[in-house]
Design a protein around this ligand. Structure first.
Ligand code: BTN
Length: 247
């Protein structure tokens, strides 16, 4: 399987959101699979659950990738989220050793968020017709002004600027490796590395869900991508996104 991500790149100065741009244009203009749209600034950068995504002009990586993963049943779509998180975390790990993936797909260094992923799928029946994978990675920004709880950039950690284009090329090459593993059904390897990278896996911690505050440990992810927590006083609980939080 050839490396498709990044073969075709559309570079913009300004757009509302690279995800919006990709959603609108990929079918209109017949984008080949793996097309990337990247920009220097977004006027309406979108995060998960209607949050906005802060990024100063030209300082960070802001991009969306279009895939047509019709080989992946809808029930297994979290595998796609895993490989994207792995590609990003592996690339950041070249610069810092403390990178983890905070379930479902935030990329953390220590207790701070360095990158976010927003995947928007178009589904027909059991098939994912297209997937727009938005990625924001904080690279060179010196200061964050929004009320996002815990952003951090590589510059804030290292005190040096990285070349955005070089970083993007490393990222595309890691993402292609993981995408090829997904296409080749290497799900055990994907699951193993995802779990190994997981923020606070197997560590005793306090959580809260809609019913209670409780002590427990993240012990894994189930088939559909739910987080599995073993409660300290017995029993397992499985959660969808936003149903549980660390305290
Ligand atoms: C999150 O909330 O963690 C997801 C953030 C995703 C941000 C990226 S930046 C490029 C792409 N375009 C968007 O509007 N959002 C994603």
């Amino acid at each position: 399987m050839s490396d498709i991500i990044g073969k075709n790149i559309i570079k913009l100065n300004l757009t509302d959101s690279t995800n919006n741009y990709a959603i609108k244009k990929h079918s209109q203009d017949g984008w080949p699979e793996g097309t990337v749209v990247m920009c220097k600034e977004q006027t309406n950068g979108r995060g998960q659950i209607n949050n906005s995504w802060e990024s100063e002009y030209g300082e960070n990586l802001l991009l969306s990738i279009v895939l047509y993963p019709d080989f992946l049943p809808v029930q297994r779509q979290f595998q796609l989220s895993k490989i994207i998180a792995l590609g990003i975390s592996e690339t950041l790990s070249l610069f810092n050793e403390e990178v983890t993936v905070k379930w479902p797909n935030d990329i953390y260094i220590g207790n701070k968020k360095i990158a976010g992923i927003l995947i928007e799928n178009s589904v027909m029946g059991n098939t994912i017709c297209s997937s727009v994978i938005g990625i924001g990675i904080n690279l060179n920004q010196k200061k964050f002004l929004s009320d996002a709880p815990n952003p951090i950039s590589l510059f804030q950690l290292l005190g040096l600027k990285v070349d955005l284009e070089e970083f993007a090329n490393l990222l595309f090459s890691n993402l292609n490796i993981w995408l090829n593993k997904l296409r080749n059904n290497m799900n055990h390897e994907i699951d193993y590395h995802y779990l190994k990278s997981l923020y606070r896996i197997n560590q005793e911690a306090e959580f809260s869900d809609k019913d209670e505050i409780f002590a427990g440990k993240i012990i894994g992810i189930n088939e559909t991508g739910q987080l599995v927590i073993a409660k300290k006083n017995g029993g397992l609980k499985e959660y969808h996104f936003k149903e549980v939080e660390f305290i």
